[in-house]
Write a protein that binds this ligand. Structure first.
Ligand SMILES: CC/C=C\CCC/C=C/C(=O)SCCNC(=O)CCNC(=O)[C@H](O)C(C)(C)COP(=O)(O)OP(=O)(O)OC[C@H]1O[C@@H](n2cnc3c(N)ncnc32)[C@H](O)[C@@H]1OP(=O)(O)O
Length: 277
């Protein structure tokens, strides 16, 4: 299998097809021989998750349900950042309608990604704060390049990671570690994240990252798919259903929270600090 994959990635027998995407916010390639898809986030400079990027991801995930997709590797075209998390401009002085639409698309995208039956790997080639960490945690396996930051740092911005973000973290690093990290809004270095199990493997560089992601995929493709996905969904169903059964309440909570003057003040200060950097 490994030799076959090397041939495929070296292009000798490979038949890699670009997905006809409606936008270029995501680059999607499917290997017709293995069915493995690479979804690369492509919203420079930092893949901040605005409505349009989330919609492009969601559209791709829906499309993959009807393709012969055997697995998906999620990565980024940015040299330094996997994703900077939610686009702060979606939360800073939005209209209620815009905020509602944005949050609904975030929920849609997360539900599709978290419940994908095929194996999913986050090839984290850069910083991955907040919503970026959520994307990574929603995949089954996380590999990360050295000396970058990952975590749910919302508290540091004066906002709160929603329950489903928190649940994802608890499911990976356990309740005690998650509680400490969420209260402090800790951003872990890649190396610290590997120690506490927030990421599964460290890679030396981007090439090694993609090699390791394909290695994981090869292992998974050797397993009976129905048994594999049944176990995966069994583990994830409580977390999924908790959001699915309370989407409206979750949206209302988000809107009530971000429209508070103090929260808008914090967002403004954080945005200014980012611009001044
Ligand atoms: C009850 C529920 C209520 C609320 C729930 C909300 C949950 C929120 C989840 C989130 O995801 S909030 C977002 C949190 N994200 C961050 O804190 C990351 C902020 N960004 C950074 O730390 C850095 O940008 C970086 C990712 C480490 C990359 O650093 P780098 O030096 O490479 O880039 P630079 O900082 O110069 O940024 C370039 C450019 O991009 C703008 N930017 C960065 N992040 C965001 C963002 N999240 N949203 C919007 N815009 C962002 C930054 O301002 C720069 O813009 P400029 O070029 O115009 O100056």
């Amino acid at each position: 299998m490994f030799v076959l994959r090397q041939c495929l990635t070296l292009g000798t027998k490979s038949s890699v097809r670009n997905f006809a995407a409606a936008t270029n916010l995501v680059n999607v390639k499917i290997n017709e021989d293995t069915g493995v898809v690479i979804m690369e986030l492509n919203k420079p400079p930092v893949n901040s998750l605005n409505y349009e990027l989330l919609e492009a991801m969601h559209r791709t995930l829906v499309k993959l349900e009807n393709e012969r997709c055997s697995g998906m590797i999620l990565t980024s075209s940015s040299p330094n950042t996997f994703s900077a998390g939610l686009d702060l401009l979606e939360m800073y002085k939005p209209t209620v309608d815009k905020a509602r639409k944005f949050w609904g698309m975030l929920q849609n995208t997360w539900i599709k990604l978290y419940s994908a039956p095929y194996p999913t790997v986050a090839a984290i080639n850069g910083h991955s704060p907040a919503g970026g960490c959520l994307l990574a945690m929603s995949c089954e396996y996380r590999i990360m390049v050295p000396k970058k930051k990952i975590g749910l740092n919302e508290t540091q911005l004066g906002i709160v990671a929603p329950q489903w973000f928190q649940d994802c973290m608890k499911n990976i690093i356990g309740s005690r570690q998650a509680e400490k990290a969420l209260i402090a809004g800790t951003l872990f270095s890649s190396e610290e994240a590997a120690k506490i199990g927030l990421i599964d493997e460290l890679a030396t560089d981007k090439e090694d990252l993609m090699k390791k992601a394909h290695d994981f995929m090869d292992e998974q493709l050797g397993l009976p798919p129905l048994a594999r996905s049944t176990v995966k969904i069994g583990f994830r169903k409580d977390t999924l259903n908790r959001l699915i059964n309370s989407r409206e309440v979750d949206t209302k909570y988000f809107i009530d929270f971000i429209f508070q003057p103090k929260v808008q003040e914090s967002l403004e200060m954080y945005l200014q600090a980012l611009k001044k950097k």
